[in-house]
Design a protein around this ligand. Structure first.
Ligand SMILES: [Zn+2]
Length: 67
C-alpha cells in the first residue's frame, strides 16, 4: 500500500506566525505587528508599547524640567 506523506497545504491564514511579547497572544499571518528591540508587539498592545518606549521623551507642558 502506498500512502501519501505530504501534508495538506491548507490556507495559512489561521496559523500563528508569531506571539506577542506583551500579551502572549498568537499573531496570525497577514496581521500588522511592530518589531522593536527584539520584541514583537500586536496591534492590541501597540499603544501601551509605544507609551513605554517614548516614556523618556514625555513631559508635561508647563512643568519645569530639572537638568
Ligand atoms: Zn499583544
Amino acid at each position: 500500500m502506498h500512502f501519501k506523506t505530504a501534508k495538506n497545504r491548507a490556507v495559512k491564514r489561521d496559523v500563528p506566525g508569531a506571539v506577542c511579547s506583551l500579551c502572549a497572544q498568537d499573531i496570525y499571518l497577514g496581521e500588522r505587528v511592530w518589531c522593536c528591540n527584539g520584541m514583537t508587539v500586536c496591534r492590541d498592545c501597540f499603544e501601551r508599547f509605544a507609551r513605554g518606549v517614548l516614556k523618556p521623551f514625555e513631559i508635561v507642558l508647563g512643568e519645569e524640567m530639572e537638568l
